[in-house]
Design a protein around this ligand. Structure first.
Ligand SMILES: NC(=O)c1ccc[n+]([C@@H]2O[C@H](COP(=O)([O-])OP(=O)(O)OC[C@H]3O[C@@H](n4cnc5c(N)ncnc54)[C@H](OP(=O)(O)O)[C@@H]3O)[C@@H](O)[C@H]2O)c1
Length: 265
């Protein structure tokens, strides 16, 4: 199977590298276009994928086309495919662009709208995707294979994709903020910066692995490490007093609202 990528930025590069690592296809079966020749050349040097200079050529080169441009560049990029998307599977990762909008921009194609996250760069994305009504089982299998190569995959109804954006799409940024704050806390208590950051990263990684392996509710895991009148209880009380839990809930809801606003623009 051949795959075409429109856009050669951070996400396209992460997905291509995941597909090659996961042996979804050979590098010679991947075609990529973008307006910046240097970016294309460095992607080709790193991965041996085929580079093409026009979006029309890249769309003509494969039955599955993955749109990896910024949402504001999507209309122009799809218009530049000059009708070659008709009858093909278009998989878009552009935030906030609905299936209806994509179908209007690229008439005649079958559309899958996906929301990966930046952890795709290390093969640990949480990717949710939604399918248009004319998408076939084979199309869905292609999307599953592509996104499984960069992490975990969750098929959802399109109406849930704004909430997905609010939670896992934007979520790595919330965790980086937590990571930075934990590290700052360690430094405030006298730890060297490098050690504080390493401890913060490993603590977040370890907590995530524990939650995944045990499949326990986070509240149970939290209770397990909270001794009566202990250090963790003192810290958790501080977080509750400052409304940290509510702040995270509101943060996900704010990103969900913003994603909906952007879709409507
Ligand atoms: N980054 C994330 O964590 C993340 C997570 C989920 C979804 N997304 C979505 O993924 C998409 C790509 O994000 P990114 O972070 O990879 O952005 P990026 O690094 O800026 O990459 C965008 C790419 O699109 C190219 N491009 C612009 N106009 C084009 C056109 N007309 N034809 C072909 N290529 C064109 C750009 O080329 P130039 O550099 O030459 O302009 C660049 O190679 C966005 O829609 C974003 O919403 C990103």
């Amino acid at each position: 199977m051949k795959y075409a990528f429109i856009g050669a930025g951070k996400m396209a590069s992460a997905i291509i590298q995941g597909m090659l690592r996961g042996k979804v296809c050979d590098a010679s079966d991947i075609f990529v276009s973008c307006p910046e020749p240097d970016l294309l050349q460095s992607l080709s040097d790193a991965t041996a994928v085929q580079i093409l200079t026009s979006n029309a050529d890249v769309a003509a080169a494969a039955p599955v086309v993955i749109l990896c441009v910024k949402p504001q560049d999507a209309a122009k990029a799809l218009a530049q495919t000059e009708g070659h998307l008709s009858g093909k599977l278009l998989i878009s990762i552009a935030a906030g662009l609905s299936i209806d909008t994509l179908r209007e921009m690229a008439p005649g194609c079958r559309v899958i709208r996906a929301m990966p996250n930046t952890a795709a760069m290390v093969g640990r994305s949480a990717t949710a995707f939604a399918c248009d009504s004319n998408v076939t089982n084979e199309d869905e299998a292609h999307a599953t294979a592509i996104f499984s190569s960069i992490g975990e995959v969750y098929p959802v109804a399109e109406k849930n994709l704004d909430a997905v954006t609010g939670l896992s799409g934007s979520g790595p940024a919330y965790i980086f903020l937590v990571m930075e704050a934990l590290s700052d806390g360690g430094v405030a208590c006298g730890l060297p910066r490098k050690l504080a950051q390493a401890l913060a990263v490993q603590t977040i990684l370890g907590a995530a692995e524990l939650a995944r392996e045990t499949a326990e509710h986070p509240a149970i895991l939290r209770e397990m490490v909270t001794s009566p009148a202990g250090t963790t209880a003192a810290a958790l009380l501080e977080l509750e007093n400052r409304g940290v839990r509510a702040a995270f809930i509101e943060a996900v809801m704010a990103a969900d609202r913003r994603s909906k606003e952007l879709s409507e623009q």
